[in-house]
Design a protein around this ligand. Structure first.
Ligand SMILES: *[C@@H]1O[C@H](CO)[C@@H](O)[C@H](O)[C@H]1NC(C)=O
Ligand SMILES: CC(=O)N[C@H]1CO[C@H](CO)[C@@H](O)[C@@H]1O
Length: 496
């Protein structure tokens, strides 16, 4: 939809709104009664925002307008960005601990002028709820409802409504899933504004959540194959896929003191592929594997030119700095050694001698990321925080014995683990025969065996869980309705 269409829509709407504006029956900053008799409680406030709920218990409610504590750009839970606020003030809702609400809703009124000025398609409007740590507006797509007749947006289906809410608009051309393409050029780059937490999701569900204090330009690309020589530092872990994610930013692996940056990367899990690999590995029905994320980070400049690097993150997000960085990353592994040679000789392949460009060599091997990993079974992703996002990422897996038993993976002998992992690896990657024998000492896992804790950086996933994920996929993430009907009819001798 063009902004022209939006303005026509808005013109039509503003006349509607005036005609149909509901009458306020409640005031801000007033204690209101939520009846516990399962009849609808409906409160309309002077700005036309509305709070509704059925309740199983008698409760009290107080609603206020607030100055938003964070900007409308800081959003988590959506696929795309950027976001803008569509209300001058946020709405805070407080009850005396009501958790027994039924069909709780918060309805916010979007400012038509803010919609128009920011060229936001009304189909791209959301209610953001302030996260518990007050760092982002959380968007929940499954509990979102937009009424483009009265220009309201709602968060629905809540059992508890306490929180702070804000109407937000996403400035993307796409509605619903707004995914970023893989690529290494400017057209597929994501701009992180550098004012808080922001997210972007790529076409396969690979997701980056970045909190930065300075602007960052970022691209993500996929690279075919995982060379066995890249796996020598892994300790029995096998790559799940036969490709790597390559993340490149204009910071090019340098984290200047100016930029306090933290990132959570989320890698999608192909449940069917993992199920098949687990079967190939001989994982039993009560067995499990440890999934982890490994990174091939950027080699730190041996000369340590950090003195000059302070400027990298400063000022405007320099596309000029990003371009040579991306170009350098695009060069294949064949250029790897030449590149080193050039640097050793003191030469530099970039035009303006930008210090960032000399930081782009990746470590030869993947190493497991040592941080707390979390599995998101709903979106089928593994999430892990990283301090440095430039480089390549892969998901690894390792047989972890029977579910609930002591964790044997960490106790495995290194050589043995290496061979087992390599032999069971996905196609196109190492086989036991090809894997270089003289592996560098791998980073030791900190946890010794003895309890059912997964090693740091890994999450345990059982055969049962993977089977459930595959079944969910087959039925579109829902209860298998058709199957249930068929089974029910069969159980009733076809008479139902
Ligand atoms: C959407 O807005 C129109 C106009 O105010 C109203 O008549 C209608 O009931 C609203 N729909 C819902 C589901 O609230
Ligand atoms: C799971 C899978 O596709 N395995 C194949 C890997 O490649 C070898 C030889 O190229 C095949 O024999 C396997 O069937």
């Amino acid at each position: 939809m063009t902004s022209g269409t939006v303005s026509v829509l808005l013109l039509l709407l503003s006349s509607n709104v005036i005609a149909q504006a509901p009458v306020a029956n409640s005031n801000f900053n007033q204690v209101l009664n939520l009846n516990g008799d399962m009849n609808l409680n409906s409160f309309t406030f002077p700005d036309r925002s509305k709070v509704e709920a059925f309740s199983q218990a008698q409760q009290q409610l107080i609603v206020n307008q607030n100055t938003p504590p964070i900007s409308g750009q800081q959003v988590t839970g959506s696929t795309g960005q950027p976001f803008v606020a569509l209300m001058p003030q946020s709405l805070s809702v407080n009850t005396n601990g009501a958790t027994n609400l039924v069909g709780g809703q918060v309805e916010l009124v979007m400012d038509p002028q803010m919609l128009q000025q920011n060229a936001v398609n009304p189909d791209n409007t959301f209610v953001g709820k302030l996260s518990p740590d007050r760092q982002s507006w959380m968007v929940m797509e499954t509990v979102r409802s937009v009424n483009i007749t009265d220009m309201t947006v709602r968060m629905v289906k809540m059992n508890a409504i306490d929180g702070e809410y804000m109407a937000l608009g996403r400035q993307t051309v796409e509605t619903n899933a707004a995914l970023t393409p893989f690529g290494s050029d400017q057209t597929s780059s994501v701009v992180i504004q550098g004012t808080g937490l922001q997210e972007a999701e790529f076409v396969d569900g690979f997701r980056m959540s970045v909190r930065a204090t300075q602007p960052i330009t970022m691209t993500v690309n996929v690279k075919n194959g995982v060379n066995p020589s890249m796996l020598t530092a892994l300790q029995g872990q096998t790559p799940v896929n036969n490709y790597r994610y390559l993340v490149t930013t204009n910071l090019a692996g340098v984290t200047p003191d100016l930029n306090r940056q933290a990132t959570v990367v989320q890698l999608p899990i192909n449940a069917q592929r993992i199920q098949m690999m687990m079967q190939t590995m001989g994982v039993q029905a009560n067995g499990q594997v440890a999934l982890a994320v490994a990174q091939r980070g950027v080699q730190q400049n041996p000369g340590g030119a950090t003195g000059q690097l302070q400027g990298v993150g400063a000022g405007a997000p320099a596309p000029a700095a990003a371009a040579p960085a991306v170009a350098a990353q695009r060069r294949g592994r064949s250029d790897f050694r030449e590149n080193i040679a050039r640097q050793v000789q003191g030469g530099t392949p970039t035009t303006n001698n930008n210090p960032a460009a000399t930081q782009l060599l990746l470590n030869p091997t993947f190493t497991p990321i040592q941080a707390n990993a979390v599995i998101d079974p709903l979106n089928m992703r593994i999430a892990i925080p990283v301090g440095q996002i430039d480089g390549e990422f892969i998901i690894t897996m390792q047989n972890a014995g029977a579910a609930g038993s002591p964790q044997p993976a960490a106790a495995q002998g290194q050589g043995q683990g290496q061979q087992q992992g390599a032999a069971a690896s996905a196609n196109g990657t190492a086989t036991a025969a090809e894997a270089p024998a003289a592996a560098k000492p791998a980073e030791r896992r900190q946890e010794a065996g003895g309890d059912a804790q997964p090693p740091t950086g890994a999450i345990l996933i059982t055969m049962k869980e993977i089977n459930k994920m595959v079944e969910l996929l087959q039925w579109g993430g829902q209860a298998p309705i058709g199957q249930m009907m068929t089974d029910y009819v069969k159980a009733n001798n076809g008479t139902s």
